[in-house]
Ligand binder design. Structure first.
Ligand code: FES
Length: 104
């Protein structure tokens, strides 16, 4: 069943940074690129690295894992090194100043 979780206020989610959103055991890496928000599973599919502590390549809309440098497309979640390890993506909604993520 889908659930909308609070991800914070848009003014607190600076562009180009990775914001960690925790919901129970679920960790989500939330990224603001020029006002567009992207949310992917925060646990790297390669070996469980913390994507929330990685880096963002804004102009390519890519997030990089800090452990071994694997890159994921923020829109699709696709791993650029191995598409079979794609990250789950989540829908992000902005309503006024509030940002929410839909999880299932
Ligand atoms: S754990 Fe993320 S690249 Fe290896």
């Amino acid at each position: 069943m889908a659930e909308m979780i609070d991800a914070g206020k848009i003014d607190d989610l600076a562009p180009g940074k990775i914001h960690k959103v925790q919901h129970g055991d679920l960790v989500i890496a939330l990224v603001n690129i020029g006002g567009e928000f992207y949310a992917v599973d925060g646990v790297c599919g390669h070996a469980g690295g913390p994507l929330c502590r990685g880096e963002v390549i804004e102009d390519e809309k890519v997030i990089t894992c800090p452990w071994h440098g694997w890159e994921y497309d923020l829109s699709s979640g696709e791993c650029l090194m191995d598409p079979s390890l794609s990250q789950k993506t989540y829908a992000v909604h902005v309503d006024g100043g509030a940002v929410t993520i839909t999880v299932e």
